[in-house]
Design a protein around this ligand. Structure first.
Ligand code: HEM
Length: 400
């Protein structure tokens, strides 16, 4: 439906929870309150409609009048016009440029990037001392993997992770200033340019992107291959790091699941999927109404902001039943951790492979002996994950 439905109802006023929930480390009661009332919820000061129900988020992600292409989006300001900020018809070509993580390419990245990094992380963790999951696995895994995929030396990952902080901070909530984010983006672009000048490995993604680029200055900071590489560095690290932290958070509360993966009672994929549903890394994504439209039963005027609450939708009881319970044994209907529709996550297969292989390797090599000391809280904002997660992993004397 592309115009306003004459029968559409006016939105419910947003509760206090709706206005503040995205800035809260514990937004779950707020989401539950939104889900308990029908329709969309309107917060006047921000002229924003909050969408919580699974069916409404599903439609919102696919609605042709809900656009991503607004010039003041942080990702647009930092990376220029890439897939994440373009609507049809320009989106199609931009999306092709980031479509390097399909089934066709995955065997290469799995062999050359994911497996060696997972093996190295397991080897380094083989000690009785408590480890912080966030620093030991969550941050290095996706950062090292994407470095290897692009053709950068993966021992540079701490520097890359640090440079990405202001970029991600600005994308998350703009509390990190634009100037700091632009300076970090430029430092990363300079590093990519340097890699291209001295030569990247044959078959690496940087080599493939530059081979496909128009002949004019493929190494300029603003050139297509560098913009795409920067987008992938940002999109592929924070989200997957958050997913690793959130998965461990769930496993610490349900340690029997760890043992069930180790003894093959439950497939690792099912556990990863349930972790992503219950604690998705990205809680919300924004759209803008380019025309008046109706979503669910609510009329949205032209120009309004629409927050699609992926995390709330993942706990909608009308879609998932006992939606707040951890239940990896029952195959759940599709969740929204990777979005959906034309902008659905292009790196989902890579992320799922990283999470699955890490979980299998860890359960094979270690017993999860519990938290080393009480964990800190979750960080507030659209990217949602624990700040630290100290655990005791006891090496198995014989692999499970
Ligand atoms: C568990 C890890 C991940 C999660 C939860 C996640 C989540 C998402 C979500 C929700 C979207 C849709 C945003 C929207 O509709 O506005 C998205 C888009 C995207 N993701 Fe991911 N992502 C993950 C990993 C990755 C990885 C590993 C990569 C690349 C290496 C990646 C690259 C992208 C790109 C390029 C887009 C934009 C696609 C488009 O607009 O057409 N993501 N991701």
């Amino acid at each position: 439906m592309t115009s306003t439905d004459p029968d559409a109802t006016t939105p419910r006023p947003a509760t206090e929870e709706a206005a503040t929930l995205l800035g809260s480390p514990d937004p779950w009661p707020g989401y539950a309150a939104l889900l308990a009332r029908p329709g969309l919820h309107y917060a006047q000061p921000e002229h924003t409609y909050y969408v919580a129900r699974h069916s409404d988020v599903h439609r919102g992600l696919r609605h042709p009048d809900l656009a991503v292409g607004f010039p003041f989006r942080a990702t647009r300001q930092l990376f220029g016009p890439t897939a994440i900020d373009l609507d049809a018809p320009r989106h199609r070509a931009a999306r092709r440029r980031v479509s390097w993580f399909t089934s066709r390419h995955m065997p290469t990245w799995t062999q050359t990037a994911v497996i060696p990094v997972v093996e190295d992380l397991i080897e380094r963790a083989a000690t009785d001392a408590p480890v912080d999951v966030v620093k030991t696995f969550a941050q290095p895994l996706p950062t090292r993997v994407i470095c290897r995929v692009l053709g950068l030396p993966d021992q540079e990952w701490p520097w890359i992770w640090q440079q990405l902080r202001p970029v991600i901070g600005h994308i998350a909530d703009q509390r990190t200033g634009m100037q700091a984010a632009l300076a970090s983006r430029d430092a990363l672009a300079d590093r990519l340019q340097h890699a291209l000048r001295i030569g990247v490995p044959h078959g690496s993604l940087l080599a493939r992107l530059t081979a496909e680029a128009p002949p004019t200055s493929p190494t300029e900071r603003t050139a297509e291959p560098l913009r795409t590489a920067l987008l992938l560095l940002a999109a592929g690290t924070e989200t997957t790091a958050a997913a690793v932290g959130n998965l461990f958070w769930c496993l610490l509360r349900h340690p029997h699941t760890w043992d069930e993966v180790a003894d093959g009672t439950i497939p690792a994929e099912a556990v990863v999927t349930e972790g992503l549903r219950l604690h998705p890394p990205l809680h919300s994504t924004v759209r803008f109404a380019r025309r008046a439209l109706t979503l669910g039963d609510t009329a949205i005027p032209k120009g309004a902001r629409v927050q699609l609450l992926l995390a709330a939708a993942n706990r909608d009881p009308s879609h998932f039943g006992a939606s707040t319970s951890w239940n990896p044994h029952h195959p759940a209907p599709p969740h929204h951790a990777f979005g959906g529709g034309p902008h659905a996550c292009i790196g989902a297969q890579l992320a799922l492979t990283e999470l699955k292989l890490l979980l299998i390797a860890l359960t094979q090599h270690f017993v999860l002996a519990g938290p080393a000391h009480p964990a800190g809280g979750f960080r507030a904002g659209p990217f949602h994950y624990p700040d630290e997660l100290p655990v005791r992993l006891v090496p198995r004397t014989t692999p499970a």
